[in-house]
Ligand binder design. Sequence first.
Ligand code: SIN
Length: 322
Amino acid sequence: MPSTASNKAGQTVVVLGTGGTIAGVAARADDHVGYKAGQLGAQALVAAVPALAERADLVVEAETLAQLDSCDMDHGTWLALLERARAVLARPEVAGLVVTHGTDTLEETAYFLHRALAPHKPLVFTAAMRPATALSADGPQNLLDAVTLASTAGARGVLVAFGGKVFAGADLRKVHGYRVEAFDAGDAGVVGVMADGRLQRYRPWPDEPPHVAAAALPPAAAWPLVDILMSHAGARGEVIDAFVAAGARGIVIAGTGNGSVHRALVEAARRAEAAGVVVRRASRCQLGGVVGSRPDSLPSAGMRTAPQARIELVLDLIAATR
Ligand code: SIN
């Protein structure tokens, strides 16, 4: 993919595009819904923020890895992103990496990178809720904040710069489907805020060793199948049986409240466990997770969201085969 660089001296930040609404284009400037995501490459996103070119101390490179609507995100793209992120962050002149992404599955990709890479330099995701063609697009300011964060001395780990806030990638939850204030960090709170082009930090940087060494991850086609289903009034155990029949090696149930699971699903989950399938229960609530454990219930995914619990279970199952 093409890459651009100026002839300025100084530290480098690489902007890697993967698609999303931040790269979305609509026919009309007042259309926030009927646009196509992932139409613009990373160079166009960087060019739309003149303040980046004006930073005399910073070389900003742009590179397009994918142009996806992130609802179509897949494990192969995650592995390509992981490999590219490792290579970029290993360059001594690179201060940090910015990844532009769709908001819909941002919490999943950020969590995966957090658990598979846990970089010592900043890897900053950013995104937008309004397409690049909108009257008041949120992408350009988010991108500027993300580059500023990626070049902030001492910054490290997987972070998300969005709406003036800085989140740890591991804490991110999408809590609104339309509003610009779309993300929350749950009980963990934000790492900091971007104020007038500077970071005000309230919490330590994310600091956790990777779950699985990136080199140990098999090709996407060999990843164990792990699926998510939701507990709800009138839930049917046959759905779990169908997951198992379709090859699931792991199942995450997004339970009600503090991870409660309909008894029909519990019965079917016990059958699945007897067949060697690993089952975990998360919460379908947007905030919080599963607190504590009950001896009669399925294993808990703790404070992780159901999509995060799914990633953790995929990595656990991979690790168990190594
Ligand atoms: C996407 O996730 O790619 C589309 C939605 C968005 O970025 O807000």
